[in-house]
Design a protein around this ligand. Structure first.
Ligand code: ATP
Ligand code: MG
Ligand code: MG
Ligand code: MG
Length: 483
C-alpha cells in the first residue's frame, strides 16, 4: 500500500492498491454505486473513488460530505467515467475530520470572489484559489531560477528599517514605545532615543537602497521579500503588504535594465505556461464564463493563454515619457473623448493613461522611459538636458502591462555624489539620514541600475484575475486583517 498525491495517482498504472488522502469535493449516489471526488491540493483535478451501493456502513457514508477530510484505500482500476484514466475501487475509508454540511461554508457550486474574500481562511480549498496559489508558487520558483541562472545573488534586505526609499510617507511605524503615552523630550517631542532602536523605524517600503549596497559589492543581486505600504488606496492593484522582486546590477545602464526587465518577465511567464498548463486551463475556462456576462465590446479578444503567449512572443514597445504624452494629448479615448485627468507634460501618468497606451494604442506591453525629474525619486540618474524634453528628466523606466498598468518601476541610479546630494537637498533629505548610501558614491562609485516588480501584479496578470486581493493567500488592505 502506498500513499501518493492525487497528481501522481492520476498518472499511475492501474492494478495496485493505493491510498488517497484529501478533502471530499463531491459525493454522488446512484442506485448501484457511490462516487466520491477527492482533491488534495496537489493538482486542480480530483480523483474519483467508487463503492458499490451498500458496501459502505451507513455512518461512514453519512460522514463523507463536501469538505470532510478522508483517507480512502482500494485498488486503482481503469475508470469508466469520461475525463479520467483511473479511479479507486473503495476497500476502506478512514474519516480524519468530518465537515458538518449544515455549517461548512464551501458548497459544491461556484461562490463569488467577494464571498470567498470573506472566508479567506478556507478559500485555498476551492479550485480557483488552489490554482492561483500553485501558479504563484511556480512563478516564485521561476523568479529564483531566473536570477540564479543569470549569475545574481539573492540578498535579504532589512524588513525593519530606518530609511524611507520612496519618501512617499506611506510607512507603517515600528515602535516599542507606548503609543498612547510615549516618553517626551524636554521640548515636548516623542523621545525616540528610548525606543528599541534608539530612533524612528518603520517597515520597509522597498529594499532598493540596501540592494544598491549589495550590487556595488557583489555585482548582481536581487531581493524578493515582503514590502509594506500604508497607502489608503482602495484599488484593485494595491495591497498594504505585498512581495517585491528587486534586482540591482552594477555596470548596467538604462538600456541594459530594460533588456533585463523584458527578458525576465517573459521568462517567468513562459515558465508558468510550460509548468502550470492544467491550472491555467482551469482559470481560462473560468474567465470565458465571466466574459460571457460582459457586453460584446468589453469582451476580451484573446483567451488567457493567448494573451500570455502574445506577451512572451512579442517585443515590448519602448518610448519616452515625452513621446507618450504627445500620443495621449492627440488621442480620443473611449466615447467621452477625454481622460478623467487631463494630460500635460509633467503630470504623473494615471492608470487610465497607462492602460490607454497599452490596451488601445500599442496593444502590447510598453516600457516608458525618461520621466520628468520632478515626479520621480531622488536616486534616479539625471539625464543631460535635451531639446527632446521640455524639462529636466531622469533615466527612469516603467513597464506597463495590459489590464494592470504599472507592473515594474525602475531606473539607472544616480552615481555622481554631487548631483545626488544636490537633488536630496532639493527634496529635503538630509545627508546624515542615508550617509551609508552616499558612501557608495564617495568610494568606488559605479554606474548601476535596477527595478522593482510587484510580485502580486505579476500573479494577477498570469492568472487573469482582476483583483489583487485574490492572488495573495492572506490579503492585507485597509480595514482587513483577519489573521
Ligand atoms: P503605483 O503607481 O501603482 O502606485 P508605484 O509607482 O507607487 O506603483 P513603485 O514604488 O515603483 O510603485 O514600486 C515598484 C512596483 O511595486 C510597482 O511597479 C508595482 O508593481 C508594485 N507595487 C507598488 N505599490 C504596490 C502595492 N501597494 N501593492 C502591490 N504592488 C505594488
Ligand atoms: Mg504607489
Ligand atoms: Mg507609479
Ligand atoms: Mg513606480
Amino acid at each position: 500500500m502506498s500513499y501518493l498525491p492525487v497528481k501522481q495517482l492520476l498518472q499511475t498504472e492501474p492494478g495496485q492498491t493505493v491510498t488517497v488522502k484529501g478533502w471530499v469535493r463531491t459525493k454522488r449516489e446512484s442506485k448501484n454505486a457511490v462516487f466520491v471526488a477527492i482533491n488534495d491540493g496537489s493538482t486542480i483535478h480530483t480523483i474519483q473513488a467508487v463503492a458499490e451501493a451498500g458496501f459502505l456502513p451507513d455512518e461512514t457514508l453519512r460522514l463523507i460530505t463536501t469538505g470532510a477530510c478522508v483517507a480512502i484505500t482500494g485498488e486503482l482500476v481503469p475508470s469508466q467515467g469520461a475525463g479520467q484514466a483511473v479511479e479507486v475501487q473503495i476497500a476502506d475509508v478512514h474519516i480524519y475530520g468530518p465537515a458538518d454540511p449544515e455549517k461548512y461554508p464551501l458548497q459544491p457550486k461556484r461562490h463569488s470572489l467577494e464571498f470567498l474574500r470573506e472566508i479567506a481562511h478556507l478559500r485555498p480549498r476551492t479550485n480557483t484559489f488552489s490554482a492561483i496559489l500553485r501558479i504563484r508558487h511556480a512563478l516564485a520558483f521561476a523568479v529564483h531560477k531566473y536570477y540564479n541562472d543569470n549569475g545574481f545573488f539573492y540578498l535579504n534586505t532589512p524588513i525593519i528599517t530606518a530609511s524611507d526609499a520612496e519618501g512617499a510617507g506611506e510607512m507603517f511605524r515600528v515602535s516599542t514605545l507606548d503609543p498612547l503615552n510615549p516618553p517626551k523630550t524636554e521640548d515636548g517631542k516623542v523621545d525616540y532615543s528610548q525606543d528599541f532602536f534608539g530612533r524612528e523605524t518603520n517597515l520597509t517600503v522597498s529594499g532598493q537602497l540596501e540592494g544598491e549596497l549589495g550590487a556595488l559589492a557583489l555585482g548582481k543581486i536581487y531581493t524578493f521579500g515582503p514590502t509594506f505600504r500604508a497607502e489608503n488606496s482602495n484599488t484593485t492593484r494595491h495591497l498594504a503588504e505585498f512581495w517585491m522582486i528587486e534586482p540591482e546590477m552594477a555596470f548596467f545602464e538604462l538600456e541594459d535594465n530594460m533588456n533585463l526587465a523584458e527578458d525576465f518577465v517573459k521568462t517567468v511567464i513562459r515558465y508558468a505556461l510550460d509548468n502550470c498548463a492544467d491550472d491555467l486551463a482551469f482559470l481560462e475556462n473560468r474567465l470565458k464564463e465571466e466574459e460571457k456576462t460582459k457586453k460584446k465590446e468589453e469582451q476580451s479578444e484573446m483567451t488567457l493563454t493567448e494573451k500570455l503567449r502574445f506577451v512572451v512572443d512579442n517585443d515590448f514597445e519602448r518610448l519616452t515619457y515625452t513621446e507618450a504624452v504627445e500620443i495621449l494629448r492627440n488621442s480620443k479615448p473611449a466615447k467621452k473623448g477625454q481622460f478623467q485627468y487631463e494630460v500635460s507634460w509633467g503630470i504623473d501618468l494615471q492608470s487610465e493613461h497607462e492602460r490607454y497606451l497599452v490596451e488601445k494604442h500599442f496593444k502590447k506591453p510598453v516600457i516608458l522611459t525618461n520621466y520628468p525629474r520632478a515626479i520621480k525619486s531622488f536616486y534616479m540618474k539625471q539625464d543631460d538636458e535635451s531639446a527632446a524634453a521640455p524639462g529636466p528628466t531622469v533615466r527612469a523606466m516603467d513597464v506597463l502591462f495590459p489590464g494592470i498598468g504599472e507592473i515594474i518601476g525602475g531606473s539607472q541610479r544616480e552615481d555622481n555624489l554631487e548631483k545626488l546630494t544636490t537633488r536630496m537637498a532639493e527634496v529635503g533629505i538630509a545627508d546624515e539620514a542615508i550617509w551609508w548610501y552616499l558612501d557608495t558614491r564617495r568610494f568606488g562609485s559605479a554606474p548601476h541600475s535596477g527595478f522593482g516588480l510587484g510580485f502580486e501584479r505579476l500573479v494577477l496578470f498570469v492568472s487573469g484575475m482582476s483583483n489583487i486581493r485574490d492572488v495573495i493567500p492572506f490579503p492585507r488592505a485597509p480595514k482587513s486583517a483577519e489573521f
